[in-house]
Design a protein around this ligand. Structure first.
Ligand code: SAH
Length: 253
C-alpha cells in the first residue's frame, strides 16, 4: 500500500515513520511512504503557500494554486488510483470501521491543512473524503495524518501478526480484555488464575466476559452498536443482562 502525504512540514514525519512497526513494514515492502512538500509547487520568489482570508478575520488560509498543483502532480506519479483525503476537524469522525475500509485501498493521498485550513474550492474539486480524528482542534493536519497512517498501516496484511487484530478494541464494537505478563504476582497482585490454567475454552470465555464487562462499564454506547450489528451471542446477552445492562439506557448508536 502506498501513502502520499502532502504537507508544508514534511520534517514532522521523521520519527513516526522511521521507528518500530512502520519502519519494519517499509523495509519488508508492505507499505511505502512518500512525503511531498507543498511549497515545492509554489511559483513566486517567496514560495508563498498561504494568504489572508477574503472577508477578513484571523489567521491564514492555504492557497488553492500550489495545493491543487501538488495534488495533481502527486496523483500522476503512480498508476494506482488514490483516494485523496483531507484531514480537518469538520470531517467525518475516524473510526475503526473507516480504518478497515481504507486499509483495503492500494493508495491514499493525505492532505494536511495548517493555519486556518485550506481554500474551500480545493475541498470542492480535489478532495474525495474528509476525516477528523476527534472533536478537538490541532495546529495542523500532520499529527492527524500520522494517526490515520498508523491505524491503517497496521491492518495492511503482513504488517503485524493478524491474530492480534481479531479481538482488539473496536474491531467488533467491543473493547479489549485486560492483558497480563510475567511475573504471576506483582506487588501482591495476582494474575487471574484462569489465565494460568492452560484451559483454552475457559480462558476464551473469561476474556469474552471481560470484554463485555469493560464495554458496559466504559462505553455502553458501543454495546448498542454491537447488538445492532449482530455480534452479541445469546450467552453474551445473558451475561450482559446479569450485569444489569438495559439497552434502552445506553444511549443511541
Ligand atoms: N479553522 C479550522 C481549524 C484549523 S486547524 C476550523 O475551525 O475548522 C488547522 C489544520 O489542522 C486543519 O486544516 C486540519 O488539517 C488540521 N486539524 C485540526 N484539528 C483536526 C482534527 N481534529 N482532525 C483532523 N485534522 C485536524
Amino acid at each position: 500500500m502506498r501513502f502520499d502525504i502532502l504537507t508544508l512540514f514534511p520534517a514532522m514525519f521523521q520519527g513516526p515513520l522511521t521507528e518500530s512497526i512502520l519502519k519494519r513494514a517499509q523495509q519488508a515492502g508492505r507499505i511505502e511512504f512518500h512525503l511531498h512538500d507543498i511549497r515545492q509547487w509554489t511559483t513566486d520568489r517567496h514560495r508563498t503557500a498561504d494568504d489572508t482570508p477574503y472577508g477578513g478575520g484571523a489567521g491564514m488560509v492555504m492557497k488553492a494554486e500550489p495545493l491543487a498543483a501538488a495534488i495533481r502532480a502527486v496523483r500522476a506519479t503512480d498508476d494506482r488510483p488514490g483516494v485523496t483525503i483531507l484531514l480537518t476537524p469538520d470531517g467525518e469522525l475516524l473510526t475503526q470501521q473507516i480504518v478497515r475500509e481504507l486499509a483495503t485501498l492500494p493508495r491514499l493521498l493525505l492532505v494536511c491543512g495548517h493555519y486556518e485550513g485550506i481554500d474551500e474550492r480545493v475541498r470542492e474539486t480535489l478532495i474525495d473524503r474528509e476525516l477528523s480524528i476527534g472533536d478537538y482542534v490541532l495546529t495542523g493536519g500532520e499529527l492527524a495524518a500520522m494517526v490515520v497512517v498508523d491505524a491503517v498501516a497496521r491492518l495492511v496484511p503482513g504488517v503485524i501478526d493478524s491474530e492480534s487484530i481479531v479481538e482488539e478494541s473496536h474491531s467488533d464494537f467491543l473493547l479489549e480484555y485486560p492483558h497480563y505478563t510475567r511475573p504471576a504476582v506483582w506487588e501482591g497482585r495476582a494474575v487471574p488464575s484462569v489465565l494460568l490454567s492452560g484451559h483454552h475454552g475457559e480462558i476464551a470465555r473469561w476474556r469474552r466476559a471481560e470484554r463485555l464487562r469493560r464495554t458496559l462499564a466504559r462505553r455502553p454506547d458501543l454495546l448498542v452498536r454491537a447488538a445492532a450489528a449482530g455480534v452479541l451471542s445469546k450467552a453474551d446477552l445473558t451475561l450482559l443482562a446479569e450485569l444489569g445492562w438495559r439497552p434502552e439506557a445506553s444511549g443511541s448508536a
